[in-house]
Design a protein around this ligand. Structure first.
Ligand code: DLL
Length: 440
C-alpha cells in the first residue's frame, strides 16, 4: 500500500510540540474572543471564576466550563454569534430529532477552513486531484452535501452535486461519468449498490475507487458489504454541524485504524460523561470539541454526546494528528432493554456476521401490556432467499435469536424478510430503531 497523498503536509505532519504550541495560542485567542463578543460565554466563565487571562495554554483547558446542546437551543438562533450577523456568509443546520434546529453560522473564512478540512478528508480517503467526485450527501441545511462539495472543489476534483435520492440517476452518473469517489451515508451506499445490481451492472461497469461514508453509525461488517458491492475502499468520515460539519476527522486509507482529527482546527477531548474528567487515551468516553479558528459561531468544550476514544500511538500514514476511534454511537442512542445497555450497532454487527443476512435491518421496540418486546427485522440476501424454504428461514432466524440471546442476554423476536421488503431511506440518515414503547 502506497504511503498515501497528504493534502496539507505542514499542518498534518507538524511535530506534536509545534502543534501543541499552535493549539495553545489559538485557544487563548478564542477564549479572549468569545469572552468579549458572546455574553453566554462571558457569563459562564464569570460564574466559574475564569478570566481570559487564566487560559494561556492547553493545560488550562479544564478550567473552562462545558457547552451543551441545550445551551445552543437556549441561544437559538443567533445568541452564540461571535461576529455581527451581517458578517455571517452561510447558515447550515441539523434537524435533530426533537424540536428546533441546531443552527451553525459561518463567515467566509470559516467556509474556507471547512473546505480545507474536507479537502484533507478526501486525501485521507485516497482521493487524487483530478478524480471525479460524486457527492450524494444531501444538499441544503444539512452540512454533508455542501461541505464535501466545497472540499472537493478545493481539492481539485470534478464535483458532481448529486445530493441524496433518485438512486437510478446516481447509478447512471456513476456509470456514465465514471466517478472515482462516492460521498454519502453508508446506508445509502448500500442502496446504490443494490440498484446497481438491479440494473444488471457490476463493479466492472463503474470506476469507483474511494468511498467517504459517515454521518451515521456503521460497522466493519457494513464496510465489507459496501466494498463488495461497489468495488471501492471505504473510509469513515466524522463531523457535526455544531463544530463545522463533515471533515472534523477522517480515516486514512493507509491504516484505516481510527480517524485523523484536523487538530489545528479542532481540539478534541474525551471525558467521562458522568464526572466530566478526562479519560486516558484508548478509553471510551464522550467526545468534546473546541473550535480553535471558527469566527462566526465557535464552540468551547462542546459535549457532542458521541462515544469514542483517542487512540494511542502513531499512525503509519505519516500524519502526526491524533486519531479517534470509529464512533461507538451516541449516549442517547443507547437502548436500555430490560435493564441491559445495547447499542444498535452491536445488533448490526451480530446480524451481519451471518452471510445469509443483507445489511438492511430494523429494531422495533414495543410494549405488550406487560413487558417490553424487542423485534429484529432483517432482510435475507437474494442469493440465500432464492432457494431457502420456510424451514430454512425458520432455522436461521432461531439461530440468530440464539446468538443475540447469548450476546446480550435478551430475547429478541427475529423475523427475516425478502430482499427489498424493509423500507429504504434514500435521503437523510438511516432509521434503525423504531420505538413504540411510549406511543402505544
Ligand atoms: O452528520 C455531518 C456529517 C456529514 C458527517 C457528512 C459526516 C458526513 P449532523 O447532522 O449535525 O452532522 O450530525 C452529527 O452524526 O454527532 C454523530 O452522532 C453522527 N455522525 C457523524 N459522523 C458519524 C460517523 C453530520 N462517521 C452527528 N459515524 C454526530 C457515526 C456519525 N456517527
Amino acid at each position: 500500500m502506497e504511503a498515501g497523498f497528504i493534502w496539507n503536509v505542514a499542518a498534518e505532519t507538524m511535530p506534536r510540540e509545534e502543534l501543541r504550541a499552535l493549539q495553545s495560542q489559538r485557544l487563548a485567542a478564542l477564549v479572549r474572543r468569545v469572552y468579549e463578543h458572546v455574553p453566554f460565554y462571558r457569563q459562564r466563565m464569570d460564574a466559574h471564576g475564569v478570566t481570559p487571562a487564566s487560559v494561556q495554554s492547553l493545560d488550562d483547558l479544564p478550567l473552562l466550563p462545558f457547552t451543551r446542546k441545550q445551551d445552543l437551543r437556549d441561544n437559538y438562533p443567533f445568541g452564540l454569534l461571535a461576529v455581527p450577523r451581517e458578517q455571517v456568509a452561510r447558515i447550515q443546520a441539523s434537524s435533530g430529532t426533537r424540536g428546533k434546529l441546531t443552527v451553525a453560522a459561518y463567515t467566509h473564512d470559516d467556509i474556507s477552513d471547512w473546505a480545507e478540512c474536507c479537502a484533507r478528508a478526501i486525501a485521507l480517503a485516497g482521493g487524487r486531484p483530478g478524480d471525479v467526485l460524486q457527492c450524494a450527501y444531501g444538499y441544503g441545511l444539512f452540512t454533508g452535501g455542501l461541505g464535501l462539495h466545497y472540499g472537493g472543489e478545493r481539492f481539485g476534483a470534478t464535483v458532481i452535486p448529486m445530493s441524496g435520492g433518485n438512486t437510478l440517476r446516481q447509478v447512471m452518473m456513476l456509470r456514465d461519468l465514471q466517478s472515482h469517489i462516492l460521498c454519502c451515508t453508508p446506508s445509502y451506499a448500500l442502496i446504490i449498490g443494490e440498484i446497481l445490481e438491479k440494473e444488471g451492472l457490476t463493479t466492472a461497469d463503474i470506476a469507483l475507487r474511494v468511498g467517504i461514508f459517515g454521518a451515521e453509525p456503521w460497522t466493519e461488517e457494513m464496510r465489507t458489504e459496501i466494498e463488495a458491492r461497489l468495488g471501492l475502499r471505504a473510509t469513515d468520515i466524522y463531523g457535526l454541524t455544531e463544530v463545522v460539519g463533515p471533515g472534523v476527522a477522517n480515516e486514512c486509507c493507509v491504516a484505516r485504524n481510527g480517524l485523523h482529527i484536523a487538530e489545528d482546527f479542532f481540539l478534541a477531548e474525551v471525558i467521562d460523561p458522568e464526572t466530566g474528567a478526562p479519560v486516558p487515551d484508548g478509553t471510551y468516553g464522550e467526545l468534546v470539541f473546541t473550535t480553535l479558528t471558527k469566527q462566526a459561531m465557535p464552540v468551547v468544550r462542546y459535549r457532542t454526546g458521541d462515544i469514542s476514544a483517542i487512540l494511542p500511538g502513531e499512525c503509519i500514514c505519516g500524519r502526526t494528528t491524533r486519531r479517534m476511534a470509529r464512533l461507538r454511537g451516541r449516549y442517547d442512542d443507547m437502548l436500555i432493554l430490560h435493564g441491559v445497555n445495547v447499542y444498535p450497532s452491536e445488533i448490526e454487527a451480530t446480524l451481519l456476521g451471518f452471510e445469509e443476512i443483507a445489511p438492511f435491518y430494523q429494531i422495533v421496540l414495543d410494549w405488550n401490556g406487560r413487558t417490553e418486546t424487542i423485534a429484529v427485522q432483517a432482510e435475507m440476501t437474494s442469493a440465500y432467499a432464492v432457494d431457502a424454504v420456510d424451514a430454512d428461514v425458520r432455522m436461521l432466524s432461531e439461530q440468530i435469536a440464539r446468538l443475540l440471546k447469548s450476546r446480550f442476554d435478551l430475547t429478541m423476536q427475529v423475523s427475516l424478510h425478502q430482499p427489498g421488503e424493509l423500507g429504504r431511506v434514500e435521503v437523510g440518515k438511516a432509521v434503525r430503531v423504531i420505538d413504540r414503547r411510549r406511543s402505544g
